[in-house]
Design a protein around this ligand. Structure first.
Ligand SMILES: Nc1ncnc2c1ncn2[C@@H]1O[C@H](COP(=O)(O)OP(=O)(O)O)[C@@H](O)[C@H]1O
Ligand SMILES: [Mg+2]
Length: 276
């Protein structure tokens, strides 16, 4: 049970003057129950990678397999894949189209055959998991605050009960309280055995939530491994990432990266503070 990429390349506008190589020979295996974050600067290929996981985009070459089934065909198998792999796109609340929140959340599960009490149960469960009360169901999605809108968008994907939940920069534009709430939701999903993949700009978020991080650069995966180990290695510059804020403070005050042995003790102190 896994998401597998085998030598996947993806080029936008293939065979036109606007050809743009976005993924370059990506090989990857994400197993059931893993919590993976994807880091990397803008344009490195993160959104392209996640759109290949449920067949919205098809590989230009290579293969993407979900539980062993290729995303290439457009028959019944792609429907099963879309049911298993739920994607929350960046700023999903920009895509609301229903007149009330009940209909907004019900749209996906209905499409996948949920009806009657099964449909209502999954809507209530997802609302509860995301921390919204049932009183919002009759409201128009456009009357909600930014944080609430994001919650509705995430609930509408959770309500489809996918095994793999993939979120593209889900915390961008959210206030700290909403981020905290979102982390709680992810923890519940993890406890349920869901596989979670989160695209993020934040090394801090990755450090606090994920077991494994992928770092992308120019369409390639340049790092795949333990995020704690990565932060310890201080290779931020090499991977074009911004270190966590506390780490940056450390760098400013005592030259965190220095090889000066006298500073080893201070660095140890900061590492402890960062819980590395
Ligand atoms: N629809 C598109 N048409 C052409 N090029 C695109 C399109 N979407 C993304 N790209 C290009 O593909 C590369 C990877 O983009 P993307 O996957 O969106 O990166 P990220 O999510 O890491 O910012 C970038 O160079 C981007 O400009
Ligand atoms: Mg993106």
């Amino acid at each position: 049970m896994s998401i597998e990429f085998k030598n996947v390349k993806y080029t936008y506008e293939l065979h036109t003057p606007f050809e743009k190589k976005a993924l370059d020979d990506v090989t990857l295996n994400i197993s059931k129950g893993e919590f993976v974050t994807i880091l990397g600067r803008t344009g490195s290929g993160k959104s392209t990678l996640i759109q290949l996981t449920n067949g919205i985009l098809k590989p230009t070459s290579g293969k993407v397999l979900i539980d062993g089934v290729s995303t290439t065909k457009n028959d019944a198998s792609i429907f099963e894949i879309r049911k298993k792999v739920g994607i929350v796109f960046q700023y999903p609340e920009h895509q609301f189209f229903e007149e009330n929140i009940y209909k907004e959340i019900a749209f996906g599960p209905k499409n996948f055959g949920f009806e009657g009490s099964k449909l209502n149960n999954t809507i209530l469960k997802s609302l509860n998991m995301i921390g919204l009360s049932t009183s919002v169901l009759s409201k128009s999605p456009f009357t909600l605050s930014g944080g609430e809108k994001r919650k509705v968008a995430i609930a509408s994907v959770i309500a489809c009960e996918p095994q793999y939940i993939i979120l593209d920069e889900p915390t961008s534009g959210l206030d700290p309280a909403s981020v905290k709430n979102f982390v709680k939701t992810l923890e519940s999903l993890k406890k349920m055995g869901k596989t979670i993949i989160v695209v993020t700009h934040s090394v801090d978020f990755s450090l606090q939530n994920a077991d494994r991080a992928l770092i992308m650069s120019k369409g390639k995966i340049t790092f795949d491994g333990n995020i704690q180990g990565f932060v310890k290695s201080s290779d931020f510059e090499k991977y074009e990432l911004l270190p966590p804020p506390l780490y940056q403070v450390g760098q400013k005050i005592i030259g965190f990266n220095t090889k000066n042995e006298k500073l080893a003790e201070d660095i140890k102190f900061l590492e402890d503070a960062l819980q590395l």
